[in-house]
Design a protein around this ligand. Sequence first.
Ligand SMILES: [Mn+2]
Length: 318
Amino acid sequence: MKGIQELISHIDLEREVVIQAHDFPDHDAVGTAYALSRLLAANRISSRLCYGGEIQSESLAEMIRILEIPITACGEAGLDDDAQIIIVDGFVGNTNIRGVPGEVVGVVDHHVPPTEPNCKYFDIRPHMGACSTILYEYYKISTTEMEPNVATGLLIGLMMDTAFMTRGVAPVDLEAFSSLFFTGDWQTGSRLLKNSLSLADLSVFREAINACIVATDFCFVPVTKECTPEVMALVADFFLGLREIHFVVVLEPEREEYRISVRSEDNSRPTDVIIKKALDGIGSGGGHVHMGGGSIPRDLFPGEEVLRKRFLRAMGKG
Ligand SMILES: [Mn+2]
C-alpha cells in the first residue's frame, strides 16, 4: 500500500527534503504540498515548500496568507543539488514542472503521466478528483490527526479541482470531502473559491463573449488579452454552463506560447484524449476527462481557425 511510511522509507534523513508544487500552482497543489509537509513533520522530518513560476491567483495568495503556508518560489528557495524533491499534483516529465536542482525522489499526483516516473517513489491516482484526496488518505491510513489548517487547505484543493464536487468525483473524494468539511473551515474555503474573480477580469469575459464561435455543442473561445490560468478556467466553466454547450476550448496568448483550457461534459470526448489529438505535432497537453489544458509554442501556432478545425476533427466532426 502506498502511503507516507513507504515514501519516508525512500528519504535520506541526512539530506534536505523539498516539496515542490507544479509551476504556476493552483489550490490543489499548494494544499497538497502543505499537508504533506505537516505529515512529514508529524514523523519528525522537516521539509521546505516551493513552487515554480509565480502565484498568479489572488485567491490562492489569500489562502496561503490565511492558512500561513510557508511556501516560496523555487528561485528564492536557494535549493542545492543535494536536495530531495517530492513533486505534488504534477509530474517531472510534464512541461509545467520547472527543472530545479536536486534529485526527484517522489511524485504524488492525480494526472495521467506521459511516461512512468523514473524515481524511487510514485503514487499516481488518475481516478481521483484531486491530489488533496490522496493526502487525506495518507493521514487516514497512518491514523495521523489532521490540523484544522491542513484540512482547510485540502478541502479548498478538493473543491477547486472537482468544481464543488461536480466534476471527476470518485467515491473516496466524497469520503474525503465529508471528513475535511468538518475538520477544516469550509466557510473560509468556499469564500476564497467563490470570489476568485475581480472587476479587472470583466474585460476578458467581455471579449470572450464577443469572440466565441459555436459549432453545434462545441464552443471555441479565442481571447487576445493575457490572463491567468485561473481566469481562463473560469471563462471555460462559464461557457460550459450554457445549456447547449458540452465542449469548450479557450485559447489565450502568452509571451512565448499559446495556452488552451478545455472543458468537456461528454464522457465520450475526454479532454485529455481530444487535446492530444488536436495538438498532435504542434503542442502538448493533457488532463482528465472533464478538464484539461495545453500549450502551443508561438512558432508552431497554426492560427485560430486551423486550431478550431483541428479540435473539430479530433472530435470526429469535420
Ligand atoms: Mn490537482
